[in-house]
Design a protein around this ligand. Structure first.
Ligand SMILES: [Zn+2]
Length: 831
């Protein structure tokens, strides 16, 4: 092994993860057009143009919190963006983004019920609007409501007059347009309606609308935002500013009910979902209320009278009742699967029926598109109205159940097993659960621990910092150690973030999306569950993790081990400043003269320098040409690399390789696509530059371009989750790959463990018995070597940058890039 990168063995402290028992490979039922993305969509996303954009990105790390210094209505005048005739909504007869602010300003002026506020900005820099519809309130009323919310969060009944909060999230997928228009229509009705039911509703509820959750995608006719991210996969990572805003809404308003407005499934899809069900919910409270509203919405939507024959509209489908599997609420990456952790006892995706996006948008006549969009808007508006009615009629029960949800957490009660038949059809296949540890202990060990603690706090999970040394889990822990006491209202969220997860492969045939994630195992910090019920820690609540950076005193060279993405950011910052850095045995070495610069980046990124010894190879900023997916580009840039995105067309047009140190291939490029001139140019480049590859696209490119001699094996392409590696560390896979038959000079940097290797997730063998975790045991997962033309090559069969999630793995990619850059083109072999 070359030791190209450092793996973090300290994260290996965990309980043995549970493997779910019983087995039933049921037939799968997956709706077309909404299947999982496999991270194989290539992206040509340019770097934000100005330094200002980077600054704003940094500033937007904190979302806007709702203020409590005034009542409702708030009468904010929203700035109106310039008119954009290219807005994709226009063709559908729907509201373009630029018209929304003006509309909301007019609705605010119409009466005293509608308030609109800017709560953040999209990746593309566009305002996000939170609309609140409620009967007028004084500032004192607003405070009373906020105090009621806090009482509920502590597991207590709120005072009389507490209004039930409801949250509507519109069109998080930008090209699922009608959620925005359905919400706007209902807001407009509510603004002036004299219907006594509406008057009563607005006295007993606060209705919150994230009116246009994805402005970038709406305008550009894309599912993703301007960073290329599917934000309805980001709730457990929160890499995108729009998702930060949504998370903050859910924390601040603590909705009893939420709807996430999507398209397109015909008949209209209304959750609750199939199994597997999220193991960390108080699922009895969730399923009873969500099922009731599901039936309520089914009847309201079917009652509109659209028919298959006349309108092409099929009746409502409820996955929980109508499907076997494939539409689950297992990973909290989706908005309605995240909202329950903040007390939403109703949380549902709504998929309206008639497709207007993608191919339909480009091929159907405008009149047909607009007919479809009208029906879809009608259905979304009906879902919102129906939920409003349901909440008005059941507000006391919904609030009571939210209180109970938080009370169980605060009391540290054992997780409850949901009784069979609690709603019709709730069978053994629906029963999922967990055993909460007493606490999680997180040593205050550096930037990774600080990042994890800050993430927990941003999710409204309570973290303490020990004031005195304590003993837990058979070990002594110093003062300053972080403790997540699981006797807290949002213990479900704490656990879903920190736990190892479960291997659910035996229980479920098909999953909608990922099945494994774990900040505890993948974010680089050591996280130790403690089961001792007598835990005693004197601690103080953490609002933000204290600084972690340090530089040893005295003089002499400094070393920075690249163990974390923060180390990479610091190193790239130093390189951009022109500091003379060398690369030595997988670490960066700085001369003594660079101590002031080291202190600056230690403060900025929280990194810890150690004493080093001079030597190694001079390092310059690594310039990357990348055929990558959006998350590849986003993560590499976040780490501070200069990245130029390419595809086959750009390479075939005569690409200038002279400013490239490493070619990254992760998505959207095959060697076969390259014309002879492009292949010749690539050959010439390989004499001086390096290559780093990822995933199936990367391994295929490695083979086809004749880079490293190895046979790439692709496991089950649906398999995904957290895996154990032979060195005791953990990694993440999606469509896992491994390498056999390594040629001379090709080495395994990392191998799958011989035990497992799946820790949590869903990864079965293919139908012929191959491609499963057993086949991957002990096999090389990441390989490196020198191409015969001179290029230093690293091929990842793992997914170390997947959706920007596994932050503890980012440094592996960065280290591969540095190694490749300094090693390529040298006749002397490996370091
Ligand atoms: Zn969607």
């Amino acid at each position: 092994m070359r030791r190209i990168f450092t793996t973090l063995l300290s994260a290996a402290l965990l309980l043995t993860p549970a493997t779910a028992a019983s087995a039933d490979p049921a037939p799968k039922h997956r709706e077309p057009g909404n299947g999982p993305e496999r991270n194989e969509i290539a992206a040509l996303i340019e770097e934000p143009a100005s330094a200002l954009a980077a600054t704003e990105r940094a500033a937007s790390q904190g979302a806007v919190t709702l203020r409590h210094d005034r009542g409702y209505p708030r009468r904010t005048t929203l700035p109106i963006p310039p008119e954009n005739p290219g807005d994709a909504a226009i063709k559908l007869g729907l509201t373009p983004y630029h018209a929304i602010a003006g509309k909301l300003n007019a609705l605010q002026a119409l009466g005293d019920r509608v308030s609109a506020e800017v709560i953040g900005r999209s990746a593309g820099g566009r305002d996000l609007y939170l609309v609140t519809v409620t009967a007028p309130e004084s500032a004192a009323d607003d405070w009373k409501q906020e105090l009621g919310r806090r009482l509920i969060e502590e597991g207590h009944r709120p005072p009389r007059g507490y209004k039930a909060p409801v949250f509507y999230n519109s069109s998080i997928h930008g090209n699922e347009f009608e959620g925005v228009d359905g919400a706007l229509r209902v807001i407009e009705e509510l603004a002036t309606s004299t219907d006594p039911a509406v008057v009563k509703l607005l006295k007993s509820a606060r209705l919150y609308f994230n009116v246009v959750a994805n402005p970038d995608g709406r305008i550009a006719n894309t599912r993703a935002n301007a960073n290329g991210f599917d934000m309805n996969r980001d709730l457990v990572t929160v890499s995108q500013p729009e998702v930060r805003a949504m998370r903050q809404i859910m924390i601040d308003v603590q909705p009893v009910a939420m709807l996430d407005l999507h398209g397109y499934v015909n008949g209209t899809l209304v959750e609750p979902t199939t199994p597997p069900h999220g193991a960390n919910y108080e699922y009895d409270l969730f399923i009873t209320n969500t099922w009731a509203n599901g039936l309520n919405l089914e009847s309201a939507i079917n009652g509109l009278g659209y028919t298959p024959a006349a309108d092409g509209v099929n009746p409502v489908e409820i996955p929980f009742r109508d499907y076997v599997d494939g539409w689950d609420d297992w990973p909290p990456i989706f908005t309605p699967q995240y909202a329950p952790f903040h007390g939403a006892v109703i949380a549902q995706t709504i998929e309206v029926p008639l497709q207007v996006n993608n191919n339909a948008y480009n091929t159907l006549p405008v009149a047909e598109l607009q007919r479809r969009a009208r029906i879809n808007t009608d259905i979304h508006a009906t879902a919102v109205r129906g939920t409003n009615r349901h909440v008005a009629a059941n507000a006391d029960k919904l609030i009571k159940d939210q209180v109970e949800w938080f009370r169980r957490g605060a009391a540290g009660e054992p997780h409850r097993t949901v009784p069979l038949g609690i709603v019709p059809g709730f069978g053994p296949e629906d029963v999922y659960g967990t055993t909460f540890p007493r606490a999680y202990v997180i040593p205050n060990s550096g930037p990774a621990a600080a990042r994890l603690v800050d993430f927990l706090v941003a999710n409204d999970v309570r973290v303490g910092r020990a004031l005195l040394p304590f003993r837990a889990g058979g070990a002594n822990h110093p003062a300053g150690t972080y403790v997540v006491d699981m006797r807290q209202p949002k213990r479900g969220l704490a656990n879903v973030i920190l736990e190892a997860g479960q291997d659910i492969s035996p229980r479920v045939g098909a999953m909608y999306d990922i099945s494994g994630w774990s900040h505890g195992l993948l974010w680089g910090a050591a996280v130790q569950p403690v089961t001792d019920s007598r835990l005693r820690v004197v601690s103080t609540p953490v609002a933000a993790a204290p600084p972690t950076g340090s530089v040893p005193s005295g003089s002499g060279p400094l070393a920075l081990e690249l163990a974390d993405g923060k180390d990479v950011q610091a190193l790239n910052d130093l390189l951009r400043q022109g500091v003379a850095v060398t690369w030595k045995d997988g670490s960066a070495v700085l001369p003594s003269s660079a101590r002031p610069a080291a202190r600056t980046v230690a403060d900025r990124y929280g990194v810890r320098f150690t004493r080093g010894t001079a030597g190694g190879t001079a390092l310059a900023p690594v310039r990357i040409t990348a055929a990558g997916s959006a998350d590849d580009l986003f993560t590499l840039r976040e780490l501070g690399f200069q990245v130029t995105p390419v595809n086959a067309a750009l390479l075939n047009a005569g690409y200038d390789w002279s400013s490239t140190d490493v070619f990254y291939v992760g998505s959207g490029l095959t060697y076969a696509q390259l014309n002879p001139a492009a292949r010749a140019a690539l050959d010439a480049y390989l004499a001086t530059g390096g290559v780093v590859t990822r995933g199936s696209t990367g391994t295929r490119f490695n083979t086809d371009a004749g880079l490293l001699q190895a046979t790439a094996v692709t496991g089950n392409t649906d398999g995904n989750g957290v895996v154990r590696m032979a060195d005791g560390s953990f990694s993440f896979v999606y469509a896992p790959h491994w390498f056999t038959g390594l040629g001379a000079g090709v080495e395994a940097e990392q191998s799958y463990a011989t035990e497992g290797p799946l820790v949590s997730g869903h990864w079965r063998a293919d139908e012929d018995g191959s491609g499963g975790p057993e086949a991957a045991r002990g096999q090389a997962a990441v390989i490196s070597g020198l191409d015969e033309r001179g290029a230093a090559v690293v091929a990842f069969g793992t997914e170390p940058m997947f959706r920007n999630h596994p932050k503890g793995l980012f440094a592996q990619v960065a280290s591969a890039l540095y190694w490749s850059a300094v090693t390529s083109g040298q006749t002397a072999a490996t370091p």
